[in-house]
Design a protein around this ligand. Structure first.
Ligand code: PHE
Ligand code: CO
Length: 288
């Protein structure tokens, strides 16, 4: 995700990209990727959306370890026209949107340490590449993320970035999808987290609510622990169609008069898939 008031790294390009410099990674860093990759692919077999699982093949590189972005981009380019480029960390919103609108996915350029195996707040290569890239191999999702980038440029002009960020958060990062009567994960923040891959589907604590565009845009989110509410879509086609066909201009204007919704609240109009106990959130394990 993008951030605010940042300085461009020395040597970075105007679009904030830097060389990945793949040769720089140590054997321990490559081993960290392999360890996380194995652990998550074993866990996600019957948990992640089939489109995500199918897209994992694009990450099976010639050499083990952290994917080489040049090789990865060649493969993705052939499938859906996307590329993966390195940036030093958080980048300004408008730069982030510009990359997405041009089918370039930006990835952080560091990998977590063993102490951060299970949780870190800043996106590392494992989150950005393992979490996001498989779905970029899916043509519908690939179009959604580009449209989101274009929508970001517009939201920026309309002063509505916060609303639009919530859509990203509750779909691209933490989305669930219904498949054959069961829930599956597609959000990158979930699939790249061992703990949340279990929690998001199995735990009694969080709410799971049918996706509603305006509702999502009104809902706050937390960045320091597992989510307290997840939103469930029926298909990527539905998500893409609804977001493309809806003119967000009037929606932003209308929502400006409505209060935000807290992270754990269930509204009378919600299509509740499962009503959470919020027991985990009350204990606050990760943030304690
Ligand atoms: N339809 C949105 C708008 O009018 C653009 C958008 C499309 C945003 C898809 C997100 C995802 O701004
Ligand atoms: Co992400």
């Amino acid at each position: 995700m993008a951030g605010k008031k940042l300085d461009r790294a020395p040597g970075a390009m105007e679009d904030w990209t830097i060389p990945q410099d793949w040769e720089r990674f140590s054997p321990a860093e490559h081993a960290m990727w392999d360890r996380l990759f194995d652990r998550q692919t074993r866990l996600l077999g019957d948990r992640a959306a089939p489109e995500f699982l199918g897209g994992l093949d694009v990450l099976r590189m010639e050499r083990p370890g952290i994917p080489h972005f040049g090789e990865l981009s060649d493969r993705l380019m052939k499938l859906t026209g996307w590329q993966v480029v390195a940036v030093p960390g958080l980048i300004p919103d408008d730069v982030f949107f510009e990359h997405l609108a041009n089918r370039r996915f930006v990835s952080g350029n560091f990998i977590r340490t063993p102490a951060q195996l299970d949780y870190l707040q800043e996106p590392d290569i494992f989150h950005d590449v393992f979490g996001h890239v498989p779905l970029l191999a899916d043509p519908v999702f690939a179009d959604y993320l580009q449209a989101y980038g274009q929508g970001g440029q517009r939201a920026s002009a309309l002063g509505a970035i916060e609303r639009l960020s919530r859509l990203y958060w509750y779909t691209v990062e933490f989305g669930l999808i219904r498949r054959d009567g069961n829930l599956r994960i597609y959000g990158a923040g979930i699939v790249s987290s061992h703990g949340e891959s279990i929690f998001a589907l199995d735990d009694q604590s969080p709410n799971r609510i049918g996706f509603d565009l305006r509702r999502v845009m009104r809902t706050k989110y937390r960045i320091d622990d597992y989510q307290q509410t997840y939103f469930v879509i029926d298909s990527f086609e539905d998500l893409l169609r609804e977001t493309l066909e809806t003119d967000f201009g009037p929606v932003y204007a209308d929502l400006a008069t409505q209060p935000d919704i807290e992270i754990d609240t269930v509204e009378p109009e919600d299509r509740v898939v499962s009503l959470g106990t919020q027991a985990y959130a009350r204990k606050g394990v990760l943030s304690a």
